[in-house]
Structures are given as structure tokens and as C-alpha cells.
Design a binder for this molecule. Sequence first.
Ligand code: ZN
Length: 382
Amino acid sequence: MYDAVGNHWWLLTLDRDRVDTLLGESSVGADTVSTYSDRVTTLRDSYSVEETEVESTRAGRRHTYHLTDRRVGSLDRDQKIEISEVADAVFDGLDVEAEAAEKDRDVSTDWYAKMHRKQAEYTLDEFDVTDSYANTLRKNTDDPDIFGCKECSVDWLPVPLPNSVNNAIESAVEGLGDGNEAKHPPFHFYLGEPPTFDLVVKKFSPPKFGGAPGEASYMVQQAQNAYSDSEKARYLGYAAHYLQDMSVPFHSGAVLAQLNYSPSFFDPLNFNPRRDIHYAYEQEINNNIESASYYVGDPFKTDFEDGYPYYVSGVADACKELSDFAGEYGPGIFDAVLNGGKNSPWDWDDGSRSVFEQTHNCMSEAGGYLRGFLYEHEEYNW
Ligand SMILES: [Zn+2]
């Protein structure tokens, strides 16, 4: 599906009426709304999708979408541009809707300051370590969102590409951060099986996307080379950050949808990254960490309380495994946020997708890997 229609795949999966509602809310004008709605109808007629359940052994089932007819070809350049116009209008409608809604939900980008530390704190509670060691480790888990990366030479997009393409993608990923303190450079992402990037100027299928495992390994290496315990704790805190990022479905999946490639005739490399959707979701996790809204169920903290440590032989592999797990939820969650509206998380669950069950699963996996990671480095506590 991603290969055929690219990053606007969600135009195929989102509830059909919801697409029209958002188009109607947008500022494009009635005539354009009907033109765009017709484009969606044509698109959905040519590319019909099925949803299959991948896993049903636990709550928060995963779904995957695929085309009913796999033989249909991909969109041509003009179609890509036309579909991008429709997508832009839908996102505009989403913005208008959020602005019109009561401002009872303040979406901010402070996930980095709270969530990373809290996750580390819950996990460190069980370890027999000194307070100063635990505090140093915990406090440093949020720093990578300020400095971005330290090694920064990890090949996060291992495909030979013209610089212009590489730079456009890199700044789109940066655009998912808040542009000032919280940074989301590609080193905070990882997808082991990224979709095809079908750009107007170039089509390529990278073997992986994102540099989190490499950056985390570098930090562990620095911890091993450090002389003092506090230095070791600091670098382990940094490493833990990249591992934690992998448990966020938007750091390990749905990357094309978030980068929102939106070409025009004049700018075939234009991206309009959807930082709002990224943070609407992250903020919701953060808001429900210690006490939860009724629609979330248990607070996410509980996911960290009863897990076993996973065997972690190396932080890079742990990052990859956790990314595989959480990333599969990415597309469904992206769709659910669009469907419910970014300021109404109570509407994100449609009964079958259980965004919050899925998030509980990701948090509990994060706990297992974090514990395993800290156990692996227990020799540093004395
Ligand atoms: Zn991060």
C-alpha cells in the first residue's frame, strides 16, 4: 500500500466520511472541496485496502493494511501532486477543527523533559544503586533531545542520494521537533523495514531508516570508556534515551506519513512535517503517566511496575527489537489521531484499534528492555 500511494496512504484507510468532514472544515472553498472529494473517491476506487489483524494474543491488537489488488501500479507525478493537495487540505481541516475546539488541552513539546526521566526512575527504583548514581542517570535521559546526537556520523539513510534529497528528508525529520529545544533529528528514529520513498524526483527503498541504535551504542561505548561512575551514569542515561524513543510508535513507524511529503510543481522536494500529530500523541502519553484519564485505563506507570527484564545483549539490538514491536502500531495510531482529532484523545479509540492498549503494550516493552539494559550495566554501580 505504501509502495503504491506513498505517504498519503491514510487517505485510503481513514474513515471516508471523516475525510469529507475535514475537507469541509478546511479553507479551500466549496468547489475545491468537491473536486478533492472526487479525487479521494477515485483514489479509493483504484486502490482498495483490506485491514488484517497481525496479532491477537494480547490486548491492543496490531493491524496491517494491504491492497486488495496488488497489481495496481503506483501514482504518477501529476497524481502524486494532486493527492498531496488533497492531503494538505485535510490537514488544514484538522488544524481548523483543533483551533475551533475548546482550548482545554494544551499540547506542548515537553515529553522530553518528563517522560524519559520518569521511565528511568520507575525502572531504577528496583536497582540497588546509590541515589547519586540513579539521579545522574535519570537526569541525563532527557538531554539527547537538547543536543540531538553526539556521534552523528551514523549512516541513518544508507542509500546513495543526491544531497538535495538527503537534506530535504533530514530537515523534515528535524521539523518534527519543536524547532528550538526538543529536537528529533534522525538519530532518535529507527525503522528496520522502512517503506519505499516514492518522491517525484527519486524513488528508493532504504534498507533501514534512522540512527538510534548506532547513537545508543556510541553512548554505551563512552560509558565503558569513562573513568568515573558519574560519567558512566551520564552516558548510560543518554543511551537509555534512544532506547526509550524506540518504544514510541511515531519514532519507529509511520515515518512517511509524519514527514508528509507534499510535492508541488515548483517544489518537488517539499515536506510539511506533522509535528502537531507527533506531539499530540506523545503529550497524551505524558499526561497519563501517573494518573490516567478514564479512556486510557491504567496509568502508563503501571506498565513499568511488573515487567521482567528482557535479555539485552547489546543496546543496538535492543533498539531494533523494540522498534520492530512499537513501529507496527505507528500507522494505526496516525490514522486514529486523524480520525478522532488531535485535541480529542478520548476519540482516538474506535473500539477495534485501542490506541491506548497498544500504548500500554509499548510502555511495558520499554520497561522490559530498560530493565534488561540496566542489568547489563550493573557492574557500574558500586
Ligand atoms: Zn528523542
